[in-house]
Design a protein around this ligand. Structure first.
Ligand code: ADP
Length: 178
């Protein structure tokens, strides 16, 4: 199995060791993927989150998965896009790196990420995807872990962006043939 892949799915349905939640700093739930994860996990999740005391932008914290197929949820707080000069790239990379660190520390084998910050937080899709893929690849090669990473895309367009960033040569071949 490839160590990195992109799929189009609802992340709340994925049967992996951990799904990552694009949370807000309160960790008490919100809209988008955060709301979907809390609805699917059930009320025990927010109870555990209340004990965590929030989370800084670019950091991550782990909880149980409760009603989800995933055993754990890694809650990370992405940056709000402010034009790109406010440290957004470093903070977004931090989300992926800290989530991978938690997964490695807990011996997890499969983790799924949503496209952090690209919804309500407004981070442009292509640069956000480049950061996601590069940060995860850096982590995997530096730490030599066997963790399998799924980039879970909610739309067909997001999936195309991920596929192209993961393997640009594949996309060019597809483009010429099609
Ligand atoms: P943020 O506030 O970090 O921008 P959002 O939840 O608004 O978070 O969006 C992050 C990404 O999650 C977007 O690409 C959105 O399409 C996607 N998303 C929303 N719901 C789901 C879901 N159930 N599964 C996977 N991805 C989702």
């Amino acid at each position: 199995m490839e160590q990195i892949k992109a799929v189009r799915a609802d992340i709340t349905k994925l049967d992996v060791d951990a799904i990552v939640n694009a949370a807000n700093s309160s960790l008490l739930g919100g809209g988008g993927v955060d709301g979907a994860i809390h609805r699917a996990a059930g009320p025990e999740l927010v109870k555990e989150c209340r004990r965590l005391g929030g989370c800084e932008t670019g950091d991550a914290k782990m909880t149980g998965g409760y009603g989800l197929p995933a055993r754990f949820v890694i809650h990370t707080v992405g940056p709000v896009w402010q034009g790109g000069m406010a440290g957004e790239a470093d903070m977004l990379a931090g989300c992926y790196r800290r989530s991978m660190e938690l997964a490695a520390q807990h011996g997890l084998e499969r983790i799924a990420f949503p496209a952090i910050s690209t919804g309500v937080y407004g981070y442009p899709m292509v640069p956000a995807t480049r950061i996601a893929v590069a940060t995860v690849r850096d982590f995997l090669s530096s730490y030599k872990t066997g963790i399998h990473v799924v980039f879970c895309c909610f739309s067909e367009n997001d999936l195309r962006v991920y596929e192209q960033v993961i393997d640009p040569s594949e996309e060019r071949r597809g483009g010429r043939a099609g």
